[in-house]
Design a protein around this ligand. Structure first.
Ligand SMILES: *Cc1c(COP(=O)(O)O)cnc(C)c1O
Length: 285
């Protein structure tokens, strides 16, 4: 299950980076699979194996109404013969993401924000008996184990690695990989897309990981005209599309940090592109 991943490293010639003497590489995790994309693929890998080994036939998980994770679980569940159940935060809505989840056979339950915050584990037990529970976003030790494998693909000449940070599971997994591969000369940077998330800040030690709380553009899924212009400029100059919620904010941060000369000189910078493009379709004008 989820054995070999297609995720090439692509060098991008983009002025804000190259004019500072750096080289920019994008790890195209977004190309791994149209629906099980990027870090969602990485995070699901060991969960699915664990569920199969333990004999589970059903998976249940959680997410918001535009969750890339829900869609990944729905598709992976169908592919590997699990029945899937999704608990969705907030009032019942329909959108293209949830419709695709349903097409892959996922059964959806809408719960109030309050229940989602406080009772979702209990609800999961009630709604799908004998189901293997996967945390929101696939965030767990198993999720981190899958993400850690990314580091094996990052060349020794890379000195800075960037990812966007939602639940923080990806960042935590990358850090584990850096320790496992003894890559102490690789600096890990996490760009928070949720405003002032204290839990995330507490989770990471600033000697190990550089966390930034100033590139969220107002908060989770907030989009400004500047961010839209940025995505357009980057896409039209590189052929790579960035989603507004996560990767656009990461790439903007990289450009800004280069502008501030914060990364030293003549560095090889790697940006992890985890996809998420389907989730942003409804945000396009
Ligand atoms: C889920 C997701 C993230 C955030 O990953 P976390 O492990 O939750 O921090 C980043 N980028 C994309 C495209 C995602 O779908």
């Amino acid at each position: 299950m989820l054995d070999s991943i297609y995720s090439p490293v692509e060098e991008v010639f983009w002025r804000p980076i190259t004019q500072k003497g750096h080289r920019l590489f994008v790890k195209r995790e977004d190309l791994s699979h149209p629906f099980i994309s990027g870090n969602k693929w990485r995070k699901l890998k060991y969960h699915l194996r664990d569920a199969k080994e333990k004999g589970f036939e059903r998976l249940i998980t959680y997410g918001g109404a535009y969750s890339n994770h829900l869609l990944a679980v729905a598709c992976a569940g169908a592919k590997y013969k699990f029945k899937t159940f999704g608990i969705v935060r907030g009032e019942e809505v329909s959108n293209h993401m949830l419709s695709m989840c349903t097409l892959f056979g996922m059964k959806l339950f809408f719960v109030t924000r309050d229940d989602y915050k406080n009772n979702k584990e209990l609800l999961a037990k009630k709604l799908a008996n004998n189901a293997y529970v996967i945390n929101e976003g696939g965030d767990s030790a198993l999720g981190e184990q899958g993400v850690a494998e990314v580091i094996k693909d990052i060349g020794e000449s890379t000195s800075h690695l960037f990812c966007s940070v939602g639940t923080g599971g990806t960042l935590a997994g990358l850090y584990k990989g850096i320790l496992a591969e003894k890559r102490s000369n690789l600096t890990l940077h996490g760009i928070m897309v949720v405003k002032g998330d204290g839990d995330i800040q507490q989770r990471f030690n600033s000697n190990e990981v550089k966390l930034y709380d100033r590139f969220h553009f107002g908060g989770y899924a907030k989009v400004t005209p500047l961010l839209k212009e940025f995505v357009k400029a980057f896409a039209s100059e590189t052929g790579i599309l960035l989603d507004y919620v996560y990767e656009a904010k990461m790439m903007y941060a990289i450009a800004q940090l280069c502008e501030e000369n914060a990364l030293g000189s003549n560095q090889n910078i790697m940006a992890l592109h985890n996809g998420g493009l389907l989730g942003m379709l409804s945000m396009l004008d």
